[in-house]
Design a protein around this ligand. Structure first.
Ligand code: FAD
Ligand code: SIN
Length: 511
C-alpha cells in the first residue's frame, strides 16, 4: 500500500507539532532551510496555547539556580537526571529573554520588572506569566513570527501516522493524513514535537490533539521510551456535574487559595507541611483521599479573601471559566478534582532533542530528558519546550545541509485516493475509560494486569498493514507502553502511586 503513495517534494526539516516546542525549533533553524510544521488540528489548538500558570525561571536577585534545581529534584522524587536539570534550568533566563524579544506580553510591575507568581513545590516566587493566559500570549507571538518566514510552511489538520525509515534505520520523514488523504512527506530531518497524551484518559486538561501519537510512532521507529508510568494529575480541574471542564491554575494556590471540604475545613496541612503548595502529586492524592473518605465528587478551592478587581486582573481566564459555569470566584469556593494533565516520561532524548535514531529528534512534552523525574515541578514544562526547541534548532543548523536549489515545499494537494473513514469511536471511548479507571491516579497490580490484557487484545484485533488503523494503533501502543511501565514499577514513586505496594504505602504522602 505504502509503495504506491505519492511523495511530496522533500523538505529539509519536518516538524510534527506546532506547540511551543515545535514553533521554537522552527524559529531557531536557519532561514535557508525549508521547514514544514504540522498541526493535527487548528494551529491554535495545543496544550501550549492553553497554558495558564507560566514559565519557571530564576529572575529575582533573592533566587538562585541552585534553589530552582533543588526544588525540581525534590518534586521529581529523586528520579530526575541531575545534569539535564541543571543544563535546562540554567538556560531559563536566556529563554525568557528570547521570548521577550519575540514580543510576548508578560505581566510586569509598574517599574517594568517581570511580575513573578508562585506554584506548588517552588520555594519562592519564580513563575513569569501573562496573567493566567501565559500559553496563549507565548504561542500567538511565536506563531506570528513563524508566519513572517517565507521558507516555513505551517500545515493545519495534518496528522502524522507513522515515521518513514530507511533500511539503515534512519528516519526519512512521515506518513501523513491530510484532508482525508494519505501522503508520504520525505524530509532530511524529522522533529517529533507532538506534545502530551492526556486524551488517552476520559478526564483531562489536554486538548483533542494530545493523544500520545508521537510516543508510539517514535517507539516503532526504534526510539527508547522511558518513565511513561509517571503521569501527572493536576489537583484542580474545575469539576461540574461529574466532568472536568477546564484547568484552574495552581498559581491560584500560589496566591493564597485554600483547599477545603464542604464543611469549610482545610485538609492539606494534615498531609504536608507545605500544605496547598506541596508538589502536585501529593496534593492530587490528598484530594482523592479526602473525596474517597467523605464520598465526595469534588473538594472546594477558596480564594474569596481576594477582592474581585484583583482576581479579574490576575486571573481573568479562571474568572471567565467559572462565570461560564455560573460560579463567582470572588464570592464562592469552587468545585475542583484531580485530572490527567502531563506526561513526565516519553521518548528518551538529550536536551538538543537527539534520540539515537538518525534523522529524528524529539522535543517538548513528547520527549523525556530526565528534567521532570517522577513528578514535574510546576511551570518547568514550557521552559523545557523553549530550551529544547532552541537547542534542537542550533544542532540541526549544523547537521542538515541547506538544499536551497530544491523546490520549495508546497501544501499537499490532489494526492492518494481518499482514505476510507474508519469508526473507532467505541474502542476509543472504552480505552479512555479503562485508562481512567485502571491506570489512573492510584494503581493496583491486578487492575494494571487486566488493563494490559484488554489493550493487548484490542491491538491484536487491528489489521496489520492498514493505514486506516494507524490512528487507533498509535493510541493503543502508547496506552500499552504506559500500562506496561506502571505494572513493571511495583513500588510507588512520585506521580506513580501503587496502593498495593505495602513497603511504600506510607510514602504516598511523605517526601
Ligand atoms: P503541544 O503544545 O501540546 O503541541 C503539540 C502539537 O503537536 C500540536 O500542534 C498538535 O496538533 C500536534 N500533534 C500531536 N499529534 C500529532 C500528529 N500525530 N500529527 C501532527 N501533529 C500532531 N506547563 C507549564 O510549564 N506552565 C503552565 O502554566 C502550564 N499550564 C498548562 C495548562 C494546561 C491546560 C495544559 C494542558 C498544560 C499546561 N502545561 C503548563 C503543560 C504545557 O503546556 C505542555 O507540556 C507544553 O505546552 C507542551 O508543549 P509541546 O509543544 O510539547 O506540545
Ligand atoms: C497551572 O497553571 O497550574 C499549570 C502549570 C503547569 O502545568 O506547569
Amino acid at each position: 500500500m505504502q509503495a504506491s503513495l505519492p511523495d511530496l517534494p522533500p523538505t529539509d526539516v519536518l516538524i510534527i507539532g506546532a506547540g511551543l516546542a515545535g514553533l521554537t525549533a522552527a524559529l531557531s533553524l536557519p532561514t535557508t532551510l525549508r521547514v514544514v510544521l504540522l498541526s493535527k488540528g487548528p494551529l491554535s489548538e495545543c496544550a501550549s496555547a492553553w497554558a495558564q500558570g507560566g514559565i519557571a525561571a530564576v529572575l529575582d536577585a533573592d533566587d538562585s539556580l541552585d534553589a530552582h534545581v533543588q526544588d525540581t529534584l525534590n518534586a521529581g522524587a529523586g528520579h530526575c537526571r541531575p545534569e539535564a536539570v541543571r543544563t535546562i534550568l540554567a538556560q531559563a533566563p536566556d529563554a525568557m529573554d528570547w521570548l521577550c524579544a519575540h514580543g510576548v506580553p508578560f505581566t510586569r510591575h509598574a517599574d517594568g520588572r517581570l511580575h513573578l507568581t508562585r506554584e506548588g513545590g517552588h520555594g519562592q516566587r519564580r513563575i513569569a506569566h501573562a496573567a493566567d493566559r501565559t500559553g496563549s500570549a507565548v504561542h500567538s507571538a511565536l506563531l506570528q513570527a513563524c508566519r513572517q518566514r517565507p521558507q516555513l510552511t505551517p500545515v493545519e489538520n495534518a496528522t502524522a501516522l507513522e515515521l518513514l525509515t530507511a533500511a539503515d534505520g534512519r528516519c526519512t520523514g512521515a506518513l501523513v493524513q491530510h484532508a482525508g488523504r494519505l501522503l508520504r512527506w520525505p524530509a532530511q530531518h524529522t522533529v517529533m514535537a507532538s506534545g502530551g497524551l492526556g486524551q488517552l484518559y476520559s478526564h483531562t486538561t489536554n486538548p483533542e490533539g494530545s493523544s500520545g501519537d508521537g510516543v508510539a510512532m517514535a517507539w516503532r521507529a526504534g526510539c527508547v521510551v522511558e518513565d511513561l508510568e509517571f503521569l501527572q494529575f493536576h489537583p484542580t480541574a474545575l469539576h461540574i456535574n461529574g466532568r472536568s471542564v477546564g484547568l484552574v491554575t495552581e498559581a491560584l494556590r500560589g496566591e493564597g487559595a485554600l483547599l477545603r471540604l464542604p464543611n469549610g475545613q482545610r485538609f492539606m496541612p494534615a498531609y504536608d507541611e507545605r500544605a496547598e503548595l506541596a508538589p502536585r502529586d501529593i496534593v492530587a492524592r490528598a484530594i482523592a483521599t479526602e473525596m474517597a473518605r467523605h464520598g465526595l465528587g469534588h473538594v472546594l478551592l477558596d480564594i474569596t479573601h481576594r477582592p474581585r478587581a484583583w482576581l479579574e486582573e490576575h486571573f481573568p481566564g479562571v474568572s471567565a471559566l467559572c462565570a461560564a459555569h455560573g460560579l463567582d470566584l470572588a464570592t464562592q469556593a469552587i468545585p475542583v478534582a484531580p485530572c490527567m494533565h502531563y506526561a513526565c516520561g516519553g521518548v528518551r532524548a538529550e536536551v538538543d532533542g537527539s534520540t539515537g535514531v538518525m534523522g529524528l529528534s524529539a522535543i517538548g512534552e513528547v520527549a523525556c530528558t530526565g528534567l521532570h523525574g517522577a513528578n514535574r515541578l510546576a511551570s518547568n514544562s514550557l521552559l523545557e519546550c523553549v530550551v529544547m526547541g532552541r537547542a534542537a534548532g542550533a544542532c540541526l543548523a549544523d547537521a542538515v545541509p541547506s538544499k536551497s536549489l530544491m523546490p520549495a515545499p508546497s501544501a499537499p494537494s490532489a494526492l492518494s485516493e481518499p482514505l476510507p473513514a474508519q469508526d473507532h469511536g467505541a474502542t476509543l471511548a472504552a480505552l479512555r475509560q479503562l485508562m481512567q479507571n485502571q491506570v489512573g491516579l492510584v494503581r493496583q497490580g491486578h487492575n494494571l494486569e487486566q488493563a494490559l490484557a484488554q489493550i493487548g487484545s484490542w491491538r491484536a484485533a487491528l489489521p496489520d498493514h492498514s493505514p486506516c488503523a494507524l490512528p487507533l494503533r498509535n493510541r493503543l501502543d502508547t496506552a500499552w507502553l504506559i500500562t506496561n511501565a506502571a505494572l513493571r514499577r511495583g513500588t510507588s514513586l512520585g506521580a506513580h502511586a501503587r496502593s498495593d505496594a505495602p513497603l511504600n504505602a506510607q510514602s504516598l504522602f511523605a517526601r
